[in-house]
Design a protein around this ligand. Structure first.
Ligand code: ADP
Ligand code: MG
Length: 385
């Protein structure tokens, strides 16, 4: 399977999924005032779908006929794109569906993928309307590129797909605690950080990983897409939708050839971190965690890597603040903090000793339990600069 760059066809038709609650609640207004005029100028037709509740978009892309749209754009935060990626992967025809070019139009408080794509395009840092303008311009140009996804499995049997990050501990708690400051937009992370610093916790667990440099070039064995008949039902915006039968996951999802079941120890060529007390463990697969938060400056859209960071217990509050300030520009590794470790990996496993705090996947909360994951090279496609 070759690398799948491409251009949207002309004329082109985009499905825009919009979360009116995301960010400061202005997504619809931003669409009308900023996005719609640019699409009109570029002769890009659109269908707007405004979500009414969590998982609305996920259900739509999981069951709907997407063939009438050349790309699915998300005007919201990373959370709605996470719904879309997982909805696509839940389809019986996921293998074809996940190749539908996706597009992120930042309208939320967490727009990490948009900030990353803006960065890869060589643009200087942009916020709010400027970042949205840049990303809408990318959509108008119509160039898409392959993007890696990471499959995550939990000990209780959950299976999800992630395009951005997995976290536990400090950074993850900031993301969750700051949810209640959503109205602050981007500033919510700053407020959340200060709040979390006051009650710094230690997270105990075992972390293991397969470094990029020791991993053999095992490629995933894709399952076969199952051909199933669909029937037609009306959609909320009046267009007919083809609802497919419920997905059968067993045997139809991409396999994780690098992982072994949780009841088995990790393979011998993996590295097991000797320390078991952490402030934070963070796996990120794109450069930015926020518009002003460059966590992995070395990351690319499809570099086949999970950029794994872990911060060992014992770091001082001042040391932590210095690290956080440096993360704005991505210079934190240059501080040579002895508590901060970085390694690019192909797979990892985290086994918490106690269920402390919540974990996050792409900024969305996940109950704390053993988790393991591996990268799937270039599984999806995204509109990029
Ligand atoms: P933000 O960046 O502000 O967090 P997101 O787009 O990430 O915005 O959305 C946050 C959460 O809101 C996601 O978990 C998503 O599932 C949920 N959501 C989506 N649509 C709606 C809606 N119409 N009302 C409330 N919540 C929604
Ligand atoms: Mg979010």
């Amino acid at each position: 399977e070759g690398v799948t760059w491409g251009l949207l066809p002309r004329p082109c038709h985009v499905l825009v999924l919009l979360n009116p609650q995301s960010g400061t609640g202005c997504a619809l207004q931003l669409f009308r005032s900023l996005v719609e005029p640019m699409l009109a100028e570029a002769d890009v037709a659109f269908t707007l779908f405004v979500t009414e509740r969590p998982n609305h978009a996920r259900e739509l892309v999981q069951a709907g006929d997407l063939s009438q749209w050349d790309t699915v754009a998300v005007l919201a935060g990373d959370g709605l794109l996470y719904e879309v990626v997982n909805g696509l992967m839940e389809r019986p025809d996921w293998q074809a569906a996940i190749k539908k070019p996706l597009c992120t139009l930042p309208g939320g408080s967490g727009n990490a993928l948009a900030a990353s794509i803006n960065h890869y395009a060589g643009n200087t840092r942009a916020f709010k309307e400027e970042l949205l303008t840049n990303c809408t311009y990318f959509l108008c140009k119509g160039l898409y590129a392959p993007m890696d996804l990471v499959s995550l499995s939990t000990a209780s049997g959950k299976h999800l797909f992630s395009f951005l990050s997995f976290g536990w501990g400090f950074i993850s708690d900031v993301d969750i605690a700051s949810e209640k400051y959503r109205q602050l937009g981007n500033a919510r992370f700053t407020v959340g950080t200060i709040q979390q610093l006051a009650g710094l916790k230690v997270y105990k667990g075992r972390l293991s990983y397969l470094p990029v440099e020791t991993s053999s070039s095992v490629s995933s064995a894709p399952g076969s897409p199952s051909e199933q008949k669909s029937h037609h039902v009306p959609c909320s915006n009046g267009r007919p939708l083809h609802i497919l039968p419920q997905p059968a996951h067993e045997g139809s999802w991409p396999e994780d050839p690098l992982l072994v079941p949780f009841d088995q120890p990790v393979p011998k060529h993996w590295t097991v971190v000797p320390e078991e007390e952490f402030i934070s463990i963070f796996a990120i697969y794109q450069s930015h965690l926020g518009a002003d938060f460059t966590m992995a400056p070395m990351a690319k859209l499809h570099d086949g890597s999970i950029h794994l960071f872990y911060l060992k217990a014992g770091v001082s509050r001042l040391g932590l603040i210095k690290l956080f300030l440096a993360m704005e520009k991505g210079t934190h590794l240059g501080l040579n903090c002895p508590h901060l470790h970085y390694v690019p990996v192909r797979a990892f496993r985290l086994e918490p000793f106690v269920s402390t705090g919540l974990m996050t996947v792409d900024g969305e909360p996940l109950a704390c339990e053993p988790v393991q994951g591996q990268v799937h090279d270039q599984l999806c496609r995204i509109i990029s600069g």
